[in-house]
Design a protein around this ligand. Structure first.
Ligand SMILES: NC(=O)c1ccc[n+]([C@@H]2O[C@H](COP(=O)([O-])OP(=O)(O)OC[C@H]3O[C@@H](n4cnc5c(N)ncnc54)[C@H](OP(=O)(O)O)[C@@H]3O)[C@@H](O)[C@H]2O)c1
Length: 263
C-alpha cells in the first residue's frame, strides 16, 4: 500500500461514497479533514480515523473560503459533495437551481482555485473531482445534475493543463451506479437486472489510483456502462434513443421521486 502524505480534505464525507474515500485515504496514511453538513455523522468518523470534522454548508457563498481557512495546509482535495439534482428543470425553484450549482460546481471550483494556488506555490499537491457517468452521458431529468457533472469534467481537464507545470495533479473520477450506500441507494430506484453497479469502496480505490498514478480520468462502472458513455459522447441522439428503449425514463422518474425532499 503506497502512502498518501499530508492532509486530505474530503467534502461530502458524511455521505456514502465520501465515508469510503475518507477511510481509504486514512488507511494510506493521510490526515483526513472531513466536511459535510451533518456534524453528528462527521465527528465519530473523524474520531475513528484520527482526523478532523468541519461541518459547513457549501451552498453558502463564503463557505469554500471559510473551509480553506479552517482546514490548514491541504495536500489533497477530494471534491465529492453533491446534491442529486435530478428532476425536470421545471420542477426546481430558482433557489434550488442555485443550490445545486453552488454545491456541485461552484464550491469545487472555488476550493480548487484557493487550494490549487497554495499547492502550486509549494510545487506539489493533487485535486480530485468526483463527477459521474452523468458527466459523460445525459439522461432524462438529469439536465441540472449533468450540467454540474459535465462542467466539472471540462473544468478539471483544463485546470490539469494549467497546473501541470507547477507539479499539481488534477483528476476526475466518474462513478456509474453505486450500490451499498450513497445517493442512488437513498433514492430507492431499481435498475434493470443487466445493469451492474460498483461499491463505494471501488470508487474510493479509484480516487487512490487517480492520485497515485496522476490519472486525468478514471471511470468506475462495469464495461457495458463505460462503453455506453463513450458512445453517448460520440452519438448522443442515438444513445438517447437506445436508452429510452432500455427504460431510462422509468429509472429517472424513480430517482427524481426518491430525491424530492433533497434539493
Ligand atoms: N451514489 C451514486 O450512485 C453516484 C454515482 C455517480 C456519482 N456520484 C457522485 O458521488 C459523490 C458522492 O455521492 P454519494 O452517493 O455519496 O451521495 P450522498 O450519500 O448523498 O452524499 C452527498 C454528500 O454531499 C454532502 N452535501 C450535500 N449538500 C451539501 C451542502 N449544501 N454542503 C455541504 N455538503 C453537502 C452531504 O453532506 P450532508 O449529508 O452532511 O449534508 C454528503 O456528505 C457525489 O458527487 C455524487 O454526484 C454518486
Amino acid at each position: 500500500m503506497t502512502a498518501i502524505q499530508g492532509t486530505a480534505l474530503v467534502t461530502g464525507a458524511s455521505g456514502g461514497i465520501g465515508q469510503a474515500i475518507a477511510r481509504a485515504l486514512a488507511a494510506r496514511g493521510a490526515h483526513v479533514v472531513l466536511t459535510g453538513r451533518r456534524a453528528d455523522v462527521l465527528e465519530p468518523l473523524a474520531q475513528e480515523l484520527r482526523g478532523r470534522a468541519l461541518a459547513i454548508d457549501l451552498a453558502e457563498r463564503d463557505a469554500p473560503e471559510r473551509l480553506v481557512e479552517q482546514a490548514g495546509e491541504v495536500e489533497l482535495l477530494v471534491a465529492n459533495a453533491a446534491l442529486p439534482a435530478t428532476a425536470l428543470l421545471d420542477d426546481f425553484s430558482v433557489t434550488e437551481v442555485d443550490r445545486a450549482l453552488d454545491v456541485n460546481l461552484r464550491a469545487p471550483i472555488v476550493l480548487a482555485k484557493l487550494l490549487g494556488a497554495q499547492m502550486a506555490a509549494r510545487g506539489h499537491g493533487h485535486l480530485v473531482f468526483i463527477s459521474s457517468l452523468s458527466g459523460r452521458a445525459a439522461s432524462p431529468r438529469g439536465s441540472l445534475y449533468s450540467a454540474t457533472k459535465f462542467g466539472l469534467r471540462g473544468f478539471a481537464l483544463a485546470l490539469r493543463q494549467d497546473l501541470r507545470p507547477a507539479g499539481v495533479g488534477v483528476s476526475t473520477v466518474f462513478p456509474g451506479f453505486v450500490s451499498g450506500a450513497g445517493m442512488w441507494v437513498n433514492a430507492g430506484a431499481r435498475l434493470p437486472r443487466f445493469v451492474g453497479t460498483r461499491s463505494p469502496e471501488q470508487v474510493a480505490a479509484a480516487v487512490v489510483h487517480a492520485v497515485e498514478r496522476n490519472r486525468a480520468e478514471v471511470d468506475v462502472a462495469p464495461v457495458g456502462l463505460r462503453v455506453g458513455a463513450v458512445i453517448a459522447g460520440l452519438a448522443p441522439e442515438l444513445s438517447a434513443r437506445v436508452s429510452r428503449l432500455l427504460g431510462d425514463e422509468r429509472i429517472a422518474e424513480q430517482m427524481a421521486e426518491g430525491h424530492r425532499g433533497n434539493r
